[in-house]
Design a protein around this ligand. Structure first.
Ligand SMILES: NC(=O)c1ccc[n+]([C@@H]2O[C@H](COP(=O)([O-])OP(=O)(O)OC[C@H]3O[C@@H](n4cnc5c(N)ncnc54)[C@H](OP(=O)(O)O)[C@@H]3O)[C@@H](O)[C@H]2O)c1
Length: 279
């Protein structure tokens, strides 16, 4: 199944994340696509991602007949604060130039002429949006308007920042990517804004940020009822509330299980229970 944003662009409802894979990135991306994933998330940020190795995997896949157009590719612009000395753009250039250079470098790394989604890795400040955020967003809007990316988005964004962006931007984001804490109602405030604006909410760290939830007896009982794994319950819950979950699994078996989550159906009561489980 796909999710569709307000600009009518669709995204597969489960995404494979490539953070922290280091030298295994190439092999794991190939395995993920061979397993059935069609959406891949990366970033032009060598501290956590190997974007060029994602590109090598895509090249190998293309040779096996996997066409670029059959995949949804998402990468990010990471500001100097989130980079080490290996900045993929001129770190002293103005921000507009940094975004253009980072984007061009991403296209080269990934061996593609366009992105499906281009995401601002994080606002420059914790509260509100500042001049730097608006400058970067304007540069991203230019990429969107030129057709070089089909969507633009923002990550690690607070509800107030997202509301401000939706209100004041010429093009509001089509995707949001946030760490999803059960204790915050699975990022309910941000999800509600996304829903109101037709923005696709992508949740990461669903498993790793919510370890206490995974051992909850009620979750275990739901898993038993469905004959599913705990991860499958959480991913299916996410899908059923309209969220696009990311998984960064390194295991072929878990890839298969995560992709099969869609085959289960939680009842409305089970969804409501999980949604409020840590509140
Ligand atoms: N925008 C941002 O700032 C940001 C930050 C963090 C992450 N992300 C994105 O989100 C992606 C995912 O990150 P994440 O933090 O959600 O995941 P993650 O760190 O890759 O962790 C997933 C964990 O869940 C386990 N797992 C997955 N499927 C499982 C299953 N079926 N059964 C049991 N365990 C399972 C994995 O173990 P195994 O490897 O053993 O399966 C792994 O320990 C990243 O790769 C990145 O693309 C973005």
């Amino acid at each position: 199944m796909n999710l569709t944003a307000y600009n009518q662009v669709s995204v597969p409802n489960l995404m494979y994340g490539t953070a922290w894979k280091k030298a295994s990135t190439r092999e794991l991306v190939q395995l993920a696509v061979a397993s059935g994933f069609r959406a891949i998330d990366t970033a032009n940020q060598l501290i956590h991602y190997e974007e060029a190795l994602v590109g090598e995997a895509l090249q190998a896949l293309e040779q096996q007949g996997v066409r670029r157009e059959s995949l949804f590719l998402q990468t990010k612009f990471t500001s100097v604060d989130g980079q080490d000395q290996r900045t993929p753009y001129d770190p002293v250039a103005d921000l507009t130039t940094q975004v253009r250079q980072s984007f061009a470098s991403s296209l080269t790394h990934l061996g593609t002429a366009y992105m499906d989604s281009y995401v601002l890795h994080a606002p420059f400040q914790r509260r509100g949006l500042g001049q730097s955020d608006w400058e970067v967003w304007a540069a991203m809007e230019e990429l969107y308007k030129s057709g070089k990316t089909k969507m633009i988005g923002i990550s690690n964004v607070a509800a107030g920042q997202l509301a401000e962006l939706c209100e004041k931007a010429r093009h509001k984001p089509m995707v949001v990517q946030n760490r999803c804490f059960a204790a915050l109602g699975w990022d309910k405030q941000v999800r509600d804004i996304c829903q109101a604006h037709g923005i696709i909410y992508q949740g990461f760290s669903l498993l790793t940020a919510n370890r206490e939830v995974l051992v909850d007896p009620e979750i275990r009982a739901i898993a038993r009822r469905l004959g599913a794994g705990i991860a499958q319950v959480i991913f299916r819950f996410a899908m059923q509330i309209g969220m696009l979950p990311l998984t960064g699994t390194t295991s072929a078996q878990h890839m298969k299980e995560d992709l099969q989550a869609e085959q289960f159906t939680l009842s409305i009561e089970e969804i409501q229970r999980i949604e409020s489980i840590a509140l």
